[in-house]
Design a protein around this ligand. Structure first.
Ligand SMILES: Nc1nc2c(c(=O)[nH]1)N[C@H]1C(S)=C(S)[C@@H](COP(=O)(O)O)O[C@H]1N2
Ligand SMILES: [Mo]
Length: 344
């Protein structure tokens, strides 16, 4: 077999590492601080760099693919499926950067994430079948090393070009929507939350858990409000920046006092949707009643919604009715956000 510039073991291994980095950073980007640029940059760079290596691999195996197709080999069919998935995942990511949209309830970015997850599953099957580490000779081959460095550099440059030519967006990939326009920005549910409008006459806010003296507030006797600018960045691909007005969580906590061991603060919606922040971060968060001077609309979480500037949108709990101080992180919230509102 004629040897290409890049030893096949090195191409395969680079592809594996690139896919692992892309998938890992992609998953992490859903929960990371939306202002931590490096994670998002690494995700994009790894993705674009993969394109060249994938091309090299497909060129190398073109004959075995043709033979496999003719022989109706199941293994080759699975490899073709994996290739198509990776191409679709990479393509949807790049298309998103260039401003493409798709019809239907999902954004292209959500489709991109879903393709990433499906790819992971199929890749695990492929690796069980085919995994091999590159040989020592491959790794120490001088010409191969230079070719590899060249390919990665071209990938990096291609990424820079893509990044620059792409549409207007944040480092997370999110596009602007309705900033500074009061309630006129998108209403989004993580899965299925769509409660009836909350009646402020019946609604109360409870501050409980590991506090000195639990308190309950009505809408009209919430502690005094402050204003803060903050940017909501939804993982489905839009962001919106506003002046939020409401109660600083630190002020709420000072009013009730904390017991020893208090470490987390959980914000719980009337729907059961909930999320926790570490105490120090929670203190600086806001429970907003107003946005850009307007009373929050029902869709945006009236009467009270969490504003957590370091967090992705899905953690900005809407329709909050309980603030609970705890010692440990409540893991059940990972389930709660996915199932709240489902059986209603
Ligand atoms: N209770 C509850 N809060 C929620 C959600 C939800 O489904 N239920 N969706 C989250 C998501 S995914 C986002 S992006 C923001 C969107 O806030 P908005 O609808 O006010 O734009 O709210 C978050 N808060
Ligand atoms: Mo979201």
């Amino acid at each position: 077999m004629s040897r290409g510039w890049l030893p096949s073991g090195v191409v395969d291994y680079t592809l594996l590492c690139g896919v692992v980095v892309s998938l890992g950073t992609g998953l992490a980007s859903l929960v990371a601080n939306p202002n931590d640029a490096w994670l998002f940059l690494l995700h994009g760079a790894a993705g674009v760099t993969l394109v060249g290596f994938l091309g090299a691999k497909l060129w190398r195996v073109r004959r075995s693919i043709r033979a496999g197709v003719r022989a109706r080999s199941g293994r080759v069919a699975a490899s073709i499926l994996l290739t198509l998935l990776i191409v679709a995942a990479l393509g949807s990511g790049v298309a998103w950067v260039f401003g493409a949209t798709i019809p239907g309830p999902w954004t292209l970015l959500v489709a991109h994430a879903a393709l990433g997850v499906v790819t992971t599953v199929v890749l695990l099957g492929h690796l069980r079948d085919r995994f091999h580490v590159p040989s020592r000779a491959d790794l120490t081959d001088r010409r191969g090393t230079l070719a590899w460095l060249g390919a990665v550099t071209v990938g990096g440059v291609a990424y820079r070009v893509t990044d620059t030519l792409g549409t207007e967006r944040r480092v997370t990939g999110s596009r602007e929507a309705g900033s500074d326009a009061g309630n006129r920005f998108p209403v989004t549910a993580w899965v299925a939350d769509a409660p009836e409008p909350v009646d402020p006459e019946e609604w109360t806010l409870s501050v409980t858990g590991r506090v000195g003296r639990a308190q309950t507030y009505g809408y009209d006797d919430l502690p005094s409000a402050t204003t803060a600018r903050a940017l909501l960045d939804c993982t489905s691909g839009w962001y919106s920046e506003h002046a939020w007005q409401g109660v600083r969580v630190g002020d709420l906590l000072d009013a009730v006092g904390l017991q020893d061991g208090a470490a987390w603060v959980q914000f719980r919606s009337v729907t059961g949707y909930r999320w926790s922040l570490p105490l120090a971060e929670a203190r600086d968060a806001l429970l907003a009643t107003r946005v850009d001077g307007e009373r929050l609309s029902h869709g945006h979480g009236f009467p009270l919604r969490l504003v957590a500037p370091e967090r992705r949108g899905f953690q900005w709990v809407k329709w909050v009715e309980t603030v609970r101080v705890t010692r440990r992180r409540d893991r059940s919230e990972w389930v709660a956000i996915h199932v709240s509102g489902l059986g209603e």
